[in-house]
Design a protein around this ligand. Structure first.
Ligand code: PMP
Length: 443
């Protein structure tokens, strides 16, 4: 951070935001609920006011007050190559000058689908949509339609967007704001969503004991990211696969966060396990609104116009989003050291953090899968939502604020994951560790 916090009128206690951010929030609150277009952005869980951002450059963001932060949010995951990547900008600019939307097929969509099919082993056909929420809703509709069954199993603390079926014990902003079961979700819809415990196959078996022939699909984040980063324990994902095979239930991997993040082929490649349907978002769109769901050609043939299960979108396969997606996936394919480097940076952070924690006699769980990182303010291992909910949220808020005051921008909730990008350097990681050392001494 490059300047000091002002003390203008109407300053809220503990605010870390500058004058211009605070003034914008006041304007925004008059016309946008809570002043933000997605709840976690409001910083409610950590106190203070959100930063209004003006620019991004590689691993950094710059707010409207001109303060520069080292960024570990990365737009919540999409920016694998950092902010304002020149290749993405060039591709989007080129596409824009040819027309921003047609609502008709384009060559770039075909190329993008071919690229996704080439990179993600279990996808033979893919449908492009505009958000992770839409992709998850569509995948579940396909599973229900294909299986002629209504119920799905999800896991407490996992988040699959804000579709009605998923706002039952949901993670991410829903958990952050204490709204895991949102009002407005019809009881009938809620009854068709069964909630199991992450990393606990027995809890899944218990659902099948009770509802054997009614369960269309299990949907899971193969590395949970919406209750912080909770990695799957050995055998968990394989166990889900075996149960689904036995019960003729479809396995949906929500790889909105893990896709192209933990490996080129996502969690399915990293853990050598096969899903029937794969949901992609975030990185696949290169920072523009694009997501996707796909699976075998046979299953995808159930989607309209090929089959009877309806799903559509005016802006689906939008030329700008498609251009950003293609530019990003080209880099994913062509950057030889991408995953080794993300792994090395992730390890550098976690080894450093673990040493700091040990030196201070704290046994908080620092979890990581590659460049996907979290710090849980609780003792002992973190396997599921039951563990995560025991975190000391006040301590988390103080950690967040201490890091932000030192110019390091982490996600403003204990229940979110942080991301390292290819644009981060070893020196960036060391800088964040130096800040962490100071903050851990304080909190
Ligand atoms: N699934 C997962 C795993 C996610 O992390 C998210 C968003 N954080 C979604 C689905 C929803 O995606 P979107 O916000 O693009 O609707």
């Amino acid at each position: 951070m490059t300047d000091s916090a002002g003390n203008g009128e109407g300053v809220r206690p503990n605010s870390l935001a500058g004058d211009k951010s605070r003034a914008l929030l006041q304007r925004a609150e008059r016309v946008i609920p809570g002043g933000v277009n997605s709840p976690v952005r409001a910083f409610r869980a950590v106190g203070g006011d959100p930063l209004f951002l003006a620019r991004g450059e590689g691993a950094h963001v710059i707010d409207v007050d001109g303060r520069k932060y080292l960024d570990f949010v990365g737009s919540w995951g999409p920016l694998l190559f950092g902010h304002a990547d020149p290749d993405v900008i060039a591709a989007v600019t080129r596409a824009a000058s040819a027309g921003v939307s047609f609502g008709a097929p384009t060559e770039a969509e075909v190329e993008l689908a071919e690229t996704i099919v080439r990179l993600v082993p279990q996808i033979q056909q893919v449908r492009l949509v505009s958000s992770g929420t839409e992709a998850c809703m569509s995948a579940v509709r396909l599973a229900r339609g294909a299986a002629s069954r209504d119920k799905i199993i999800k896991f407490a603390g996992c988040y699959h967007g804000h579709g009605d079926s998923f706002l039952i014990k949901a993670g991410s902003g829903a958990a952050t704001l204490g709204l895991p079961d949102s009002p407005g979700v019809p009881t009938g819809v809620a009854m068709d969503t069964l909630v199991a415990r992450y990393n606990d196959l027995d809890s899944v078996e218990a659902m099948f004991d009770r509802y054997a022939d009614e369960i269309a699909a299990i949907i899971v984040e193969p590395v949970a990211g919406n209750m912080g980063c909770v990695p799957p324990e050995r055998g968990f994902l394989q166990g889900l696969r075996a149960i689904c095979d036995r019960e003729k239930t479809l396995l949906i991997f929500d790889e909105v966060m893990t896709g192209f993040r933990v490996a080129q082929g996502g969690a399915q490649e990293l853990y050598t396990v096969r899903a029937d349907l794969t949901v992609l978002g975030k990185i696949v769109g290169g920072g523009l609104p694009l997501a996707a769901y796909g699976g075998s050609a046979e299953l995808m043939a159930r989607i309209a116009p090929e089959g009877p299960i309806y799903q559509a979108g005016t802006l689906s396969g939008n030329p700008l989003a498609t251009a950003a997606a293609l530019a990003t996936l080209r880099k994913v394919e062509q950057t030889r050291d991408l995953y080794p480097r993300l792994e090395a940076l992730g390890r550098r952070w976690n080894d450093g953090l673990t040493a700091l924690l040990r030196a201070r006699g704290r046994d908080y769980a620092a979890t990581r899968v590659g460049s996907f990182i979290s710090l849980f303010f609780k003792s002992g291992p973190v396997r599921s939502w039951d563990d995560v909910r025991r975190c000391d949220l006040d301590l988390f808020a103080r950690w967040f604020r201490g890091m932000l005051a030192r110019g390091v921008y982490f996600a403003p909730s204990q229940y979110e994951t942080n991301f390292i990008s290819y644009a981060h350097t070893e020196a960036d990681i060391d800088l964040a560790l130096a800040a962490a050392s100071e903050v851990l001494a304080e909190v």
